[in-house]
Design a protein around this ligand. Structure first.
Ligand code: 3PG
Ligand code: CO
Length: 578
């Protein structure tokens, strides 16, 4: 069943099919706040205008990359790298974590399974354990949603839980960059009411998501260690202490006017005697409420790895707790062992078809996006399909903030891509340049422009090598980000005034914009854009193709007919060459 037929009208190029993903690079209005537009990118500009460096034609188009086109609940949901790479790698739209968890909370089924009961049981009644809830506290809906947290608190109280502690990570990356108090304010009020009604419920610790707990792809375990010290150990020697979460956030804002939520230092909340309000103890239960896996894996390992099998930092004390995640974050590693909602089962990915049809695949990025071209592209699987036929290369990212090094490691990624092209002779290359996204998330327009200029320089080195090797190249993106660097006034559509050198309030989150698609290289002269391609055959909202259509595109360009349930390719044999 894995063997795919040859695709009519497509011939595999003599070189590889190279899928180059420019993370977070969308097509926004041509305004000053569009860092892709204002960056000096002569190489990309020429490609976008329809000409490749060898003079051949570039097929160009735009693709949907948000909302239902990538399996999110609503058309108004911005895209993200998880759902984007899942879609690109699966060639079909799957209901994503955000939607599955949403459904499980809408009908209450999250609490009907064994895991919720298992968590709540040791914490019900007097003299029992504490229920700890940890996660990203915002309504960004990329990693998590605050509504799930309030619903769980109420659900737990209903089941007789008497003591609850929250460990909250401030966002500022999927939502406004200084919006933490908009979430914490109402939470503190709500907890106050619940305390008056007899439940001992408090925020116990927290910090900013980029420095506390939510590391990904082992970029920097010190981030997880800080979270462990604040949430688990309640370490009041090493952490700043405060009476409340809002006092903590306000303090950090006051002491550094440039401070934004994602970079807030860790903090521990203490009672009148200076004692931590909620360290995690033997007999407690812990739920990590993020549904997205990349930034939830390491903290889950920290909770689940036995003594002697955790080399990443000294945990000091490992409490005997019942631990569960909102989802299972990594099926291959069964991590975590217990979870509230079953993850989407994304099967038969392009990556798997590629190797099962005898082709060699090479995935490459730097740490920050390495898992995107392996784990997410493979349908949230961390392991290879075929050790001999796959080469995965990870260039270590800087640990410093991207607004201080907007070029990131794109030069090194390019060097390694050229090297791998020559030594491994891959049939499929999946490469991700993170700069548009990672610089976009810092809110610095200057950094986002520089990031794009660095990518342009790298493409001007990589693309000629690929063309010389007989490649067909697809350049696209997983979602928008750097093309929208200003927060826009909803009424006027103009940037809201603010602190950036340009005078506007930064926008750190992703956008709803479409993304570019460029196809060129060997054999593309016999192809044309497939204007009929749609991401759904029947969704009324669907007007055209989306990034999910890139799955079938890659298979077709490899000369293979895509399985019937894959969405159609964005290119087709040209009518004139038929
Ligand atoms: C992050 O995790 O950095 C952001 O929440 C989303 O960014 P990504 O989806 O581009 O990784
Ligand atoms: Co992003």
């Amino acid at each position: 069943a894995w063997k795919l037929n040859p695709a009519a009208g497509f011939t595999k190029p003599s070189g590889p099919v190279a899928l180059l993903i420019l993370d977070g690079v969308g097509l926004g209005p041509k305004e000053e706040y569009n860092a892709f537009h204002t960056a000096r990118t002569p190489f990309l500009d020429k490609l976008m205008a329809g000409t490749a460096p060898d003079g051949s034609r570039v097929l160009t188009g735009r693709l949907d990359a948000s909302g239902k086109s990538v399996g999110l609940p609503d058309m108004g949901d911005m895209g993200n790298s998880e759902v984007g790479h899942n879609a690109i790698g699966a060639g079909r739209v799957f209901d994503q974590g955000a939607k599955l968890v949403n459904n499980a909370f809408a009908d209450g089924s999250y609490a009907k399974g064994d895991v919720w009961k298992w968590l709540v049981e040791p914490c019900a009644g007097d003299d029992s354990g504490t229920l700890h809830l940890i996660g990203l506290y915002s309504d960004g809906n990329v990693h998590s949603h605050v509504n799930h947290v309030t619903q769980m608190i109420e659900g737990a109280i209903e089941k007789g839980v008497k003591r609850i502690r929250l460990h909250i990570l401030a966002d500022g990356r999927d939502v406004g960059e200084k919006s933490a108090l908009d979430y914490i304010g109402p939470l503190e009020k709500r907890l106050d009411t619940l305390r008056k009604a007899g439940t001992d419920v408090e925020v116990a610790s927290g910090g900013g998501r980029m420095v506390v707990t939510m590391d990904r792809y082992e970029a920097d375990w010190a981030i997880v260690q800080r979270g462990w010290a604040a949430h688990v150990l309640g370490d009041t020697d090493k952490n700043a202490t405060f009476p409340s979460a809002s006092a903590a956030v306000q303090h950090f804002y006051n002491s550094d006017p440039k401070m934004t939520d994602q970079y807030l230092p860790p903090f521990v909340l203490v009672d009148g005697d200076g004692k931590a309000k909620g360290p995690i103890q033997d007999g407690d239960s812990v739920l990590f409420w993020n549904f997205r896996g990349d930034r939830a894996i390491e903290i889950s390992v920290a909770f689940e790895a036995p003594e002697g099998e955790f080399p990443h930092f000294d945990r000091v004390r490992v409490p005997e707790v019942r631990y569960a995640g909102m989802m299972q974050y990594d099926g291959d590693r069964a991590l975590p062992k217990r979870f509230l909602v079953a993850p989407p089962s994304i099967d038969r990915t392009v990556g798997e078809y590629t190797v099962k049809n005898g082709f060699k695949r090479f995935s490459i990025s730097e740490t920050q996006k390495y898992g995107h071209v392996t784990y997410f592209y493979n349908g949230n699987r961390s392991s290879k399909f075929d050790e001999c036929k796959e080469l995965y290369v990870c260039i270590p990212s800087y640990q410093e903030r991207e607004d201080t090094r907007p070029w990131m490691k794109c030069a090194e990624v390019t060097d390694a891509a050229i090297e791998g092209l020559k030594t491994f002779s891959p049939d499929l290359i999946v490469l991700n340049y993170p700069n548009g996204d990672m610089c976009g998330h810092t809110g610095s327009t200057t950094a986002a422009r520089m990031g794009m200029e660095a990518i342009d320089l790298c493409l001007s080195r990589l693309v000629p090598e690929l063309l010389a090797a007989g490649a067909v190249i697809i350049i696209s993106a997983d979602h928008g980000n750097c093309e929208g660097m200003a927060t826009l006034d909803k009424k006027t559509g103009k940037p809201v005034p603010g602190t950036q050198p340009e005078g506007w309030k930064p926008l750190t989150s992703h956008t709803m914009e479409q993304v570019p698609v460029l196809v060129f290289g060997e054999g593309v002269d016999k192809l044309e854009m497939n204007e009929e391609a749609r991401w759904s055959a029947d969704a009324p909202e669907c007007k055209g193709a989306g990034i999910v259509n890139l799955g079938g595109t890659v298979l077709n360009l490899l000369g293979l007919e895509a399985p019937p349930d894959f969405l159609p390719s964005v290119v087709k044999p040209a009518a004139s060459s038929a």
